[in-house]
Design a binder for this molecule. Structure first.
Ligand code: PMV
Length: 313
């Protein structure tokens, strides 16, 4: 529960995970499960009081091009969302400078908005705040960014680890027996979660008898994917990722830039590759080939700079 009493100071630092969706994006909006993993490169905020306690809060995250004064009535979505989270936590609305560091790109489907809203909630509620209270406050800000988000991003940003998420149900941690190595390829193409979610909704309204089974298949891919992860069978997980990419294409949320990345990864021996997140742009992911060097070199030659990560509990 978010506190009833107002809190007039911020904690000096707060952190949140980035996130990558392994399987189940879009179908998760319709009640099917998804698997997502926390990325430790997420966001670290530091806060210090301003000399004037009535001055607007300054929010600066150079890596994401954010430099804002959080004035009441501000229409910038980041400012609106940040103020809404501070307000939901009954935290200060003036008199602080907040600065953020991240090694993830923003607005690329790697959970930057959820990382921001989770870390802001923790600046008010503190590092030991119950995770459900942090998620609840984050969702207030996420709704300003994304309309009706499933809550997956907030859950992963707050918890980290590798999670099975179903909308409205308790999140389950997947007990990995080994880390999963992943390559993340930012396409550099801008995208909007709300636009892509809207495209799926419209296609489902036009073609429910076709699209509902596609969403069901994406959900089934998650359950089979969890079995593969628990067996540490990355070949099988890769095949499920490949099928999921084609199913997501049937929802019209892929893009030429993502298809090129996925094809390049498969051509260089990746066991599996798919778009991740809302699609339309943003990022694709791949399980690395036995020797990833040629794929990394080919990607860089095409102007794509992959991130190499391991997801783990
Ligand atoms: O904002 P993104 O790119 O991480 O996508 C969110 C995942 C969706 O399933 C497409 C939407 C949702 O609310 O879960």
């Amino acid at each position: 529960m978010i506190p009833i009493k107002t809190i007039d100071r911020l904690h000096p630092t707060a952190e949140a995970f980035g996130k990558v969706i392994l399987l189940g994006e879009h179908s998760v909006v319709y009640g099917h499960p998804a698997i997502a993993a926390g990325l430790p490169q997420g966001l670290r905020l530091t806060a210090e009081p301003l000399p004037d306690s009535a001055a607007p809060i300054e929010l600066e995250i150079p890596a994401w091009g954010i430099d804002l004064a959080l004035r009441p009535g501000e229409v910038h979505p980041v400012a609106m969302s940040a103020l809404a989270v501070l307000s939901a936590c009954k935290g200060p609305r003036s008199g602080w400078r907040v600065r953020g560091e991240s090694s993830l790109p923003a607005r690329a489907g790697l959970g930057s908005s959820a990382a921001l809203t989770v870390a802001l909630a923790r600046l008010v509620l503190g590092p030991d705040a119950p995770v459900d209270a942090v998620i609840e406050a984050s969702m207030v800000g996420e709704r300003i960014f994304h309309g009706q988000p499933s809550g997956l991003d907030s859950a992963v940003a707050a918890r980290g680890g590798v999670l099975r998420f179903v909308r409205g149900e308790p999140t389950q941690e997947i007990a990995l027996t080994a880390p999963i190595p992943l390559l993340i390829f930012p396409s550099g193409v801008a995208r909007s979660t709300a636009v892509e979610v809207g495209k799926v909704r419209a296609r489902r309204e036009r073609l429910p008898s076709i699209i509902d089974p596609v969403l069901g298949a994406l959900g089934a891919a998650v359950e089979s994917g969890i079995d593969a992860i628990l067996r540490n069978d990355l070949e099988c997980l890769g095949e499920i990722m490949n099928v999921s990419h084609e199913l997501l294409s049937a929802l019209d949320v892929s893009a030429p830039a993502l298809d090129h990345i996925v094809e390049r990864a498969r051509a260089h021996g990746a066991p599996g590759a798919k778009l991740t997140g809302a699609g339309g742009g943003g990022c694709a992911i791949a399980l690395p080939p036995a020797d990833p060097a040629p794929l990394l070199a080919a990607s860089r030659a095409a102007g794509i700079h992959p991130l190499q990560v391991e997801v783990w509990r």
